[in-house]
Design a protein around this ligand. Structure first.
Ligand code: HEC
Length: 155
């Protein structure tokens, strides 16, 4: 009897932990005035910078770790862009051509995975794999990101 109560208490604690983690994530992705789309992009940008920095320093371990994170972020693109939101610079073309957009997101994820596999190789290979990621960021922006909106220029 006592044993099962402890067990139940333990399970509840675990559940509470999972719930709290879920809330923290939800809080980060929603609200704050900035769309979830832009938040994800900003997070990607940060991770991308971390990769570049690590690669420059020759820190294979840090580069690999950041690549893993960027890969996870790439995996969130499809879901994050499910709901149409053109309040930022996302073009309506995304929702007219979700397949094309998804294909770009997938190509991007693959380029990150390839980098991940190459992150401990020679400088030339690392540089080439990085260039490939950059191309995929830019390729999607060219097709699906509109020009800067003039009204609220930030600093
Ligand atoms: C599959 C398409 C796609 C890929 C891949 C992609 N982006 Fe984006 N990105 C977008 C779209 C669409 C927007 C505009 C979002 C908005 O304003 O609502 C955007 C916006 C941004 C922004 C501006 C965010 C802001 O504050 O308004 C940054 C920075 C950015 N992307 C960085 C990156 C980087 C770095 C990569 C690659 C590591 C990348 N993106 C890959 C589609 C993509």
């Amino acid at each position: 009897m006592l044993k099962s109560r402890i067990w139940k208490g333990g399970a509840l604690m675990i559940l509470a932990g999972v719930f709290a983690a879920g809330c923290a994530d939800g809080g980060m992705m929603g609200g704050g005035g900035l769309s979830a789309q832009r938040k994800l992009m900003r997070a990607q940008n940060k991770t991308w910078k971390a990769i570049k920095k690590a690669a420059k320093a020759g820190d294979h371990k840090a580069a690999g770790k950041a690549a893993k994170e960027l890969y996870n972020q790439a995996g969130k693109i499809a879901k994050t862009f499910k709901k149409k939101d053109t309040s930022g610079r996302a073009k309506a073309a995304i929702w007219k051509n979700m397949k094309g957009f998804d294909a770009k997101a997938k190509a991007f994820a693959i380029s990150v995975a390839v980098f991940s596999m190459n992150s401990s190789k020679s400088k030339a290979v690392v540089a080439k794999s990085m260039k490939n990621i950059g191309k995929n960021c830019g390729g999607c922006h060219k097709a699906f990101r509109g020009p800067k909106k003039k009204k609220k220029m930030k600093s």
